[in-house]
Design a protein around this ligand. Sequence first.
Ligand code: XMP
Length: 512
Amino acid sequence: MKKGIIIIDLGSQYNQLIARRVRENNVFCRIIPPRGSLAVIRSTQPNGIILSGGPASVYQKNSPRLDKEIFSSGVPVLGICYGMQLMTKALGGKVTHSKKREYGHAALTLDSMAGIFKSLPDRIRCWMSHGDHIKRLPEGFKTTAHTANTANAAMADASRGFYGVQFHPEVVHTERGNTIIKNFVKEVCGCRSSWTMRSFINESVKAIKEEVGGGKVVLGLSGGVDSSVTAVLIDKAIGKRLYCIFVDNGLLRKDEAGRVKKLFKDNFHLNLKVVDAKKAFLKRLKGVAGPEKKRKIIGNEFIKVFERESKRIRGVKFLAQGTLYPDLIESQSAFGGPSATIKTHHNVGGLPKKMRLKLIEPLKYLFKDEVRSLGKELKMPYSALWRQPFPGPGLAVRIIGEVTEERLRILKEADFRLMDVIKMSGLYNKLWQSFGILLPVKTVGVMGDKRTYENVIAIRAVTSMDGMTADWARLSHEVLAEISSNIINEVKGVNRVVYDISTKPPSTIEWE
Ligand code: XMP
């Protein structure tokens, strides 16, 4: 089942999109860097290869290269944009630089409705983004599509299963682009739709059983989607030999620790230990105001507590983590752009190598939406699978300045009121995140006939696709009014509420 498609990463910003499109057909795929790709192809014998696009030019020094042997491995290849140009050069055709860069929509006329273009109309809109173009096709190839500016917008050598497209079928701007990918994957490569979450569960359970044998596994459960699904999956394989540790650092949203305990211990009967470490975290955070210092302290304290608790499990040999595929690709990509740096900055600590535990990462080939389908298949409740992201350092980075017990109380209560209105208004799943921030200023107010001098709560609610960019949510005045009056009337110590109307960039989602 694992054979599927290999996507070779030639630097395209759309790599993960290509993978998503392949997986939509219930076909497994992996993204690998060009270096060493021939060995991977030889050892895994995929059904097909997709060469991604990329910003480079094939004649540029240091541009991504491929071992030509790949084209002699008998495996069908689809080259997209730069991938098509690289294939052309490798097979003896000619690529030249265009005077004018073609970028955006173009009308594509199909000259052949076979192979990857099977069952397509003869004209579609496609998305172009290239500087170079194919001047002469390699031997054995035919032109299969053109646009007004690009004579060889697509090419094929059906006898060898080689296809090239100058445009991007993986982006939504290309009409029927998903059919093109589907045709390649299913018709040309003959992949079967065997990559389903049900089959994934069976395979993973078997693999985990084999790997762990009679051993013990420890896992840090955060209550987030990734660690939760990992826990339930491993529990299915080895039951009570999975030791879940939930560290209650006191920096969670109101009632969160209780919710996690109820779901996993009472409903799923996981072997879960809830460690109450609230006091220790607060003690370490005393007098600390800097955001990065807070993050470091929280990360280190978590590791300390986790390590101490793990040591109590006699003979534990494995550490399970909810690593997902995008994390893996970013950390191995030869072209890790700015997004790679942003991610590492957000990862809280890494567990120390000296623990000498063997890593088990059963979700490491899954995308987030697949993890959610997996959780659904494992009968996990909707509310546990569709949660807004919550930062590792928790409310500590939403209390600007020092974290104290009283300030935590104020933020937890205010945030709870806010969330209540958001959920009751049906907005929870429409927003990427919604939360309160406690500011380090006090303002004057009036309550009854007395003047007050109390705290300000800022409301942050954003829409976003991936957290990399975000827009402030256009919450209705009614919703804002209800949040504000609930907080001010019900939370002692708050006399003012403000709404954050900043986009990311240049602001960030969190305030610290
Ligand atoms: P920013 O504030 O950088 O946040 O726009 C982007 C996303 O990352 C989350 N975030 C964190 N997650 N540890 C985490 O695990 C952190 O230190 C951290 N800081 C920000 C934030 O909630 C948003 O979803």
